[in-house]
Design a protein around this ligand. Structure first.
Ligand SMILES: [Zn+2]
Length: 286
């Protein structure tokens, strides 16, 4: 069995503030240890139900060099490096392909504009107001579920702060295991479980996800194709630059659209457009 793990950082327990999310931050080193341990807990749990399973983990946050390889479970390989379209056109789902059976999303966060959401954003907080798939507003959970769904891979596990649960249940098929790591108070504060507890929950959650997969209870997220992924930017200048990318249409002042026959083609194009939208190449892409 092969399991793909897309790992973000904002939804890891204890992580509530930007200082923890960037390499310059004073508390970043602790946060990346917490992130790595969450991933290991999910791997260990899955292995109980699927001995010999193989894992590919995509580091899916910011500079995408957060997870600590020397601490990662030996059953996993790690996708490391910035999500420049020349490197990682599938962004947080880079490394996934048709050889995988099941996907886990750990450390995920709620979408841009979530009222009172913890560290909420979609893809790039500084640029993106909303992303829509076939007209429906989505966050990174549904975006990446649609990408792995291209290969009929279902999402078995999603973990993050409590408000992400409703978003995930509304936008991806039922059946996945939800693991809440903290209860959000507001944009930069939460009531956090200690890692000793979230590791147990992730371990049990991942084992249950494998059991549900084996019982045929999980469905892949497959938006209707040809598919439209549209990106509404904060500023019209961003949409103008993004529209320079081949295959991108400008829909209105602040919105562009990628239409394609497959979710992966549309997602790749939309990601390229988002990367192009900024005046200068941002540090996290270099
Ligand atoms: Zn992130």
């Amino acid at each position: 069995m092969r399991i793909f793990i897309s790992a973000d950082m904002e939804g890891v327990t204890g992580v509530v503030h930007r200082d923890q999310l960037v390499p310059e931050g004073k508390t970043y080193e602790r946060a990346r240890k917490l992130m790595t341990a969450d991933v290991n807990a999910a791997i260990t749990g899955a292995l109980r139900e699927a001995p010999g399973a193989e894992f590919v983990v995509c580091d899916g946050h910011g500079v995408m060099r957060n997870l600590i390889l020397e601490e990662l479970h030996e059953a996993a390989q790690l996708v490391v490096g910035p999500a420049h379209p020349a490197n990682k056109p599938l962004c947080q789902s880079q490394g996934c392909d048709e050889t995988f059976d099941l996907a886990f999303f750990t450390g995920y966060h709620s979408r841009a504009g979530t009222p009172g959401g913890l560290l909420s954003h979609t893809w790039v907080g500084a640029a993106v107001t909303n992303i829509r798939i076939n007209g429906e507003i989505v966050g990174e959970t549904a975006l990446n579920a649609a990408v792995v769904g291209h290969w009929d891979i279902p999402v078995g596990l999603v973990s993050g702060a409590h408000e992400l649960e409703a978003e995930a249940r509304e936008t991806i098929p039922d059946g996945f295991v939800w693991v809440g790591t903290k209860t959000t108070y507001g944009p930069t504060a939460a009531l956090c479980l200690p890692p000793a507890k979230t590791h147990k929950l992730l371990n049990e959650g991942a084992a249950e996800a494998v059991r549900r997969f084996k019982a045929g209870k999980l469905k892949p997220h497959k938006p209707k194709c040809p598919v439209s992924i549209s990106v509404e930017f904060h500023r019209r200048e961003m949409a103008a630059k993004a529209a320079e990318v081949q295959g991108i249409e400008r829909v209105d002042e602040r919105t562009i659209e990628a239409r394609a026959d497959t979710t992966i083609a549309a997602a790749e194009r939309a990601w390229k457009a988002v990367c192009r939208a900024e005046d200068e190449e941002p540090g996290w892409l270099k």
